[in-house]
Each structure stands twice: as C-alpha cells, then as structure tokens.
Ligand binder design. Structure first.
Ligand code: SF4
Ligand code: MG
Length: 325
C-alpha cells in the first residue's frame, strides 16, 4: 500500500489488568506521504494518548491493533529498533518547549543531538543544525546555537524544538498541541512556519489540538475524537461547512469568531465522561442536543457520512437501515 502511516483498530488500556481503564477504543487512521491531518477533541478525548502510543512513549499502556509506519508495524519493533524511529523517521513536537529542552545544554548541542546519536560527524551536524535553524527563520543561527534555552523566547524555543524534530529529515511529524503554551500572536507565527516548512519538505503532519479554530488553514483532513473513539472524520472544507456529528457541530460553534464574543465551549454544556465511567450507548449522549432512545442503548459504529467522510452517530444509519424512531 502507499500509506505512510496506517493505524488500525488501536485499543489502549491503562490501570491494573483486573480493572482496566479503556483510554482508546478501536481507533483507525490512514495517512499518505505529505498528508496533513488534525486530530481534534477536548482534553481527555484520548488524542494525546493515541499520539504517544503511536510512538510507544508510555510503556505502562497495554496497546493492541497495528501501527504500520512505512510498512513496518511499530508495535512489533524492539525497544532498540523503536529508538531508531522515534525522533528520526518520525519527529515529535510537544506542547511545552521548556520541558522538551535541557536547560543545561546549548541550543546547538540539542539540535545536533539526534544526528550525533546517529553517528554523524560534529562538523556535519553543526552545518545541518545551522541550516535547519535558518530554515525556521532563526537569525544569526550560528551564534544563537551557543545560547541556552532560557535565553530564548517561547516562540523561539518552539522553533528549536521544531529544528530538533526536523534535523533527521523525518517523513512524519507528530505535533501535540505545539502552540497551546504560547500567546496567540506567537501561536500563529509557529503554525504558519510549520505550514510553510512541511509543505516545502512534503512532510506529513499529524497535528493534535483541542482547538478546531487553529486547524482550518493548516490541515487537509480532520479526525474528531470523543471519549476514546474517533467519531467524525472528513476533509477540512466539508467538516467546517457541513459538520455531520453533533459533537463536531458543537466544537465548531465554540470556535471564536471575530464577530462574536461568546466564550468558548459554552455551546457544549457538560464535560466528557471519565474513561472508567462512560455512559451506555453513545458516550456523547448526555451532552447531545439530538440524542434519542437508541443513543442511550447502542454505541454507534463508524459509517460513511453524507459528505464522503465517516461518522459514528445514530443520526446516520447504515445504508438500507431505517432510523429506529
Ligand atoms: Fe447524539 Fe445520538 Fe449521534 Fe450520539 S449517536 S451524537 S447521542 S445523536
Ligand atoms: Mg493532550
């Protein structure tokens, strides 16, 4: 197949084996080379857990399913083989740039580190670090490489983290809330930069965010998660114009617009359920303005949606099946 990343039936459990807590259930996602996909949901939806499990960052999680990357199931690799994937073939950018950086190491040493670990000479690593920092708009890159992270602003630190993710020339970047810790103006700068660099490099990006508002200009496709499941997926245009799932409709109404002053998330009352205590049927039913009897009885399966994507909602029954109301 031509897929770059093919996640199939990913199910993730945490907690004791006798009382497992299901964090993610039956999650599937396909990405082709150069695809830009956003994984969207409120805090606790399972989106970060999914991303972290693709990279096998949490050894305590029990993960089943397959995570095929360039034809290789990452879940079957040894820990040592996984080190060669993480930060090399797949770059990672997380929310808090300060947490991702070592305060005692110069910026240059940190950007070079993935290459040095891979056995690249110091001179060559320096050259490439300078070039990737310049690509990311860092002025005076050679001099700035001798500085320490605390000497950089938040936005500049996130550029350094991005440089670390890019220096090994990965084919996929997983960015988990990469701009959430930054102020709005800097958020936009970093996203614009990621947009430009990923397009120039033909790099696939999986952008994880709670904010549907940030993805419009950045991604081609959006997958929406709720309470551990993918509930909606479609192209950005279709999803913004004709959102199928009531949760996506609510998220969109919560996106702040210039012409309105309604606080965010006011439009979806309540909070997502705790994964140990999901309601029967559709997990969204206690918050859903369109819930009906079937919603409280059966978990809706993912099915083709009217706009060409997929949706898990009883409002969209399988072809040939009538609504039971
Ligand atoms: Fe709402 Fe029912 Fe659809 Fe769930 S299945 S989103 S409760 S209408
Ligand atoms: Mg998160």
């Amino acid at each position: 197949s031509t897929a770059l990343l093919s996640v199939r039936n990913l199910t993730i459990d945490a907690g004791p084996k006798s009382e497992p807590i299901r964090l993610v259930e039956d999650f599937s996602l396909e990405m082709s080379p150069g695809d830009r996909v956003a994984l969207v949901g409120e805090s606790g939806s399972g989106k970060s857990v999914t991303a972290r499990s693709i990279m096998r960052l949490d050894p305590d999680f029990r993960i089943s399913g397959t995570v095929e990357f360039q034809g290789q199931d990452l879940l079957k690799l040894s820990d040592k083989q996984m080190v060669g994937v993480r930060g090399h073939k797949i770059g990672m950018v997380f929310q808090d740039p300060m947490g991702a950086l070592n305060p005692l190491m110069t910026v240059g040493e940190q950007v070079m580190e993935p290459l040095r670990i891979a056995g690249v000479s110091r001179a060559e690593a320096e050259k490439r670090a300078k070039s990737v920092l310049e690509e990311l708009g860092v002025v005076n890159a050679e001099a700035r490489m001798k500085a320490y992270p605390h000497e950089f602003s938040g936005g500049m630190r996130q550029r350094v983290v991005l440089a670390m993710a890019l220096i090994s020339d990965p084919s996929l970047i997983i960015a988990d809330e990469p701009t959430t810790a930054l102020d709005v103006r800097v958020q936009e700068q970093v996203l614009t930069l990621m947009d430009k660099v990923s397009k120039e490099r033909g790099l696939a990006v999986l952008l994880i965010t709670h904010d549907l508002g940030t993805v419009a200009g950045f991604t081609d496709r959006v997958a929406v998660m709720y309470s551990g499941r993918k509930v909606d997926e479609g192209t950005v245009d279709n999803l913004f114009e004709r959102p199928a799932h009531p949760y996506t409709q609510g998220l969109l109404q919560a996106v702040p617009r210039i012409d309105q002053t309604v606080p965010r998330l006011l439009t979806i009352a309540g909070a997502p359920p705790h994964p140990a205590n999901r309601p029967t049927g559709c997990a969204f039913n206690p918050r859903c303005p369109k819930a009906f009897d079937l919603c409280r009885q059966e978990v809706p399966e993912l099915r083709p949606s009217p706009d060409g994507g997929v949706v898990a909602c009883h409002l969209y029954p399988a072809a040939g099946k009538e609504l039971a109301s």
